[in-house]
Write a protein of this length. Structure first.
Length: 314
């Protein structure tokens, strides 16, 4: 599953493990002989065994020296604990703004309680600061702040080869849900600023958090800005999209679930409760009923299936 896009020089010394949408991509930065490798992001905890197997295979006997997380959403750090078990003493470094919450394992501050998502606790060693540099092998990566999708999110940029590890700040077709906006905090301007910052960099290849690496940076930026403009014009559209993303993500975790159980999960999920209060009341009287409406939309779109009272991920 290594990336096959871009020049050989751009990807030399890297292994890109392209995963899916429940699990983020994982990027191995290979070191010089004897130095060991650094892993950027570790996917979701439900795929942890697969992550360990993929990383072992990609290492090909090389040591794994540390994990660096771009941010601490459950799809990007859920494999940390399993990797620390497989590689005893493996250090994990996280964005500086999330270090204290991760050390305390404050699930409210880390978003897991609000989204009602799974993540297995892991040990944290150090902070990754925006403006710092990470050197592995012959590459030096600039750490760049990327707020918007997540206030503490980071990107990594190798200026020599023009490679950007963008996480959820830029995908080939868009970017991640702008979570601060869901709680009434202004963050669309942050997204715009990050897109502008990417445009100013001499990027030749983007390794996104989800999806295949790509080289059409201008096209991706244009599509991202179009999406951002539509959400700025209609913030409730973004909120409803986010609610459907939360439902779909939960079904990716569960694979299938009785509709009544899915509705109970929605009723117990604080972020969906708040979104229902703000934008869902026009459609349904309760978060559970709104969940049914959202699920019907996802079924109509081919993202889920509903059979005999059970909802299946597709």
């Amino acid at each position: 599953m290594s990336a096959a896009l871009g020049s050989a020089a751009a990807l030399d010394g890297l292994t890109v493990l392209e995963r899916g949408w429940l699990s983020s991509n994982n990027v191995l930065l290979h070191g010089a002989p004897g130095e060991g490798a650094t892993l950027v992001d570790s996917a979701h905890c439900t795929h942890a065994a697969q992550t360990v197997a993929l990383v072992r295979h990609a290492l090909a006997g090389e040591a794994l020296q540390r994990i660096v997380n771009t941010h601490l959403h459950s799809d990007h750090c859920g494999g940390n604990a399993a990797l620390q078990q497989a590689f005893p003493g493996l250090p994990v470094d996280v964005p500086a703004g999330e270090f204290d919450a991760a050390r305390r394992w404050d699930e409210a501050a880390l978003s897991y309680r609000a989204t009602n998502q799974r993540c297995v606790r892991f040990a944290v060693r150090g902070r990754v600061e925006a403006g710092s540099r990470i050197s592995v092998g012959r590459r030096t990566w600039e750490v760049i702040a990327a707020p918007g999708h997540d206030p503490q999110a980071l990107m990594l940029f190798d200026a020599t080869h023009g490679v950007l590890v963008s996480a959820d700040a830029l995908w080939e077709n868009g970017f991640g849900v702008v979570f601060p906006e869901l709680d009434g905090e202004s963050a669309f301007d942050d997204v715009a600023a990050v897109l502008d910052a990417i445009e100013r960099l001499p990027v030749a290849l983007v390794i996104p958090g989800h999806g295949a690496p790509f080289t059409d940076v201008a096209g991706a930026l244009a599509r991202a800005r179009s999406r951002l403009a539509s959400w700025r014009a209609a913030p409730d559209k973004h909120g409803r999209h986010a609610a459907k993303v939360l439902v779909k993500y939960h079904l990716m975790e569960e694979r299938e679930q009785a509709l009544t159980e899915l509705q109970a999960w929605a009723a117990a999920t604080p972020l969906l409760q708040r979104l229902h209060e703000r934008i869902g009341r026009a459609e349904a009287d309760s978060p559970a009923d709104w969940c049914r409406r959202l699920t019907e939309d996802l079924v109509a779109a081919g993202a889920l299936a509903l059979r005999d009272g059970r909802v299946h991920d597709l």
